[in-house]
Design a binder for this molecule. Structure first.
Ligand SMILES: [Zn+2]
Length: 369
């Protein structure tokens, strides 16, 4: 109820209602429910001032893909536009129509490896089509969803992992103290993933964070989300049963692919918005580099096999890239990981991030015994 009130009063929008009993919205519902369960630890978490997280999460019924963290009436808010979930799901399903994408799942020989409709990126196509008043019918489904049942479901679960990466990223903005830090400095507490939005309220708005600080917080949120989503698999705490049913290597690889694919898809949304997010968000190449670096620096904790998984996931992009030429190419990704210039560009943010992390100590929430 409180989330609905926030969306109505602060965004002038409506929530996207979901239910496990409604075939049209049950996947949305599952995603948020899974996220809320994984975030149960926040119920006991406090910041230095003893303030609780009082997490509220939900979907906003808006056509433009976006997600954000905010605070409102003592609650930390984590929100996703329903269109972002829909687009990620469509993209994930499309991946499994390509027979050499995760070929050990289901019967890939049933897949025809179609091209995207109108050569538009899956996910973006859906947004354009529904914006034009179109309804997704069987012809659409036939072309861009997997034929094999196991691969169809695997596509749905990959979509869940992509959405989880977004939820965990927004949660990091809240619990790592980013939102309160912005508020403490008299700045706008609403941290969007994509710039501006049709749902932006009118009237004077508090200033956003300065670009360098904002980019550092994005790196920090990505690190937390990435590390968190991989640890869910490592520690076997996956709470979506059908994902948990995969062996650990497979679900780890799906989680890795989901994070990289989400970074890529957000870059495509930026193009769709014809907007420039660079003032507040790092170059997508640096966001990806940040994930690669996170993987390298946490490989000891995540287990040495993570490197092998990562290599397989990088190759998996080539299986889809044939159909989506703009997508990452394995060869380029490998070159990026070794790219000293790119790594230096990322490291240039480290001093500011170190200072910020010290400043965030009073804002961050942690569970206390
Ligand atoms: Zn963010």
């Amino acid at each position: 109820m409180a989330f609905e009130e926030f969306v109505r009063k602060e965004l002038g929008a409506t929530t996207f209602a979901t239910s496990l009993d409604d075939p049209k919205t049950q996947l949305f519902h599952l995603s948020r429910q899974s996220f809320e369960d994984l975030s149960a630890w926040t119920k006991d978490a406090r910041n230095a001032a003893g303030e609780p997280v009082a997490l509220l999460s939900g979907y906003v019924d808006v056509m433009r893909p976006n997600a954000f963290a905010d605070r409102w009436q003592g609650h930390q808010i984590v929100a996703m536009n329903s269109s972002l979930f829909a687009a990620a799901s469509e993209f994930a399903l499309f991946c499994f129509t390509q027979p050499s994408f995760f070929p050990d799942i289901g019967d890939p020989s049933k897949e025809t490896g179609p091209s995207p409709i109108d050569d538009r990126v899956p996910g973006i196509w859906l947004l354009d089509y529904t914006a034009g008043g179109g309804h997704v019918g069987d012809a659409h489904s036939d072309q861009v969803i997997p034929k094999d049942t196991d691969r169809y479901f695997a596509g749905l679960w990959l979509g869940q992992l992509m959405a989880r990466f977004v939820w965990l990223h927004e949660l990091a903005h809240a619990v790592n103290g980013h939102v309160n830090y912005a508020g403490r400095n008299g700045l706008s507490t609403r941290l969007y993933e994509l710039p501006m939005d049709a749902i932006e309220t009118s009237g004077p708005q508090p200033m956003p964070l300065d670009p360098e600080t904002s980019k550092c917080l994005e790196f920090d949120a990505d690190q937390s989300a990435f590390y968190g989503s991989l640890n869910i698999q490592k520690h076997d705490i996956e709470n979506i049963e059908s994902i948990a049913a995969f062996d650990r290597p497979t679900r780890t690889q799906l989680a890795l692919f989901a994070a990289y694919a989400m970074i890529w898809l957000i870059e495509q949304f930026e193009g769709w918005y014809s907007a420039n997010a660079r003032d507040s968000h790092p170059e997508p190449s640096l966001r990806l580099q940040n994930l690669f670096r996170t993987l390298a620096t946490t490989a000891d904790e995540l287990g040495a096999e993570i490197v092998t998984h990562n290599s397989m996931v990088i190759d998996a992009f080539d299986a889809v890239q044939a159909a989506i030429p703009k997508l990452y190419v394995a060869r380029d990704l490998r070159a990026r990981i070794q790219d000293a210039e790119l790594m230096d560009a990322l490291k240039a943010y480290d001093p500011r991030l170190d200072v910020l992390k010290a400043e965030l100590k009073t804002d961050q929430f942690s569970a206390r015994p």
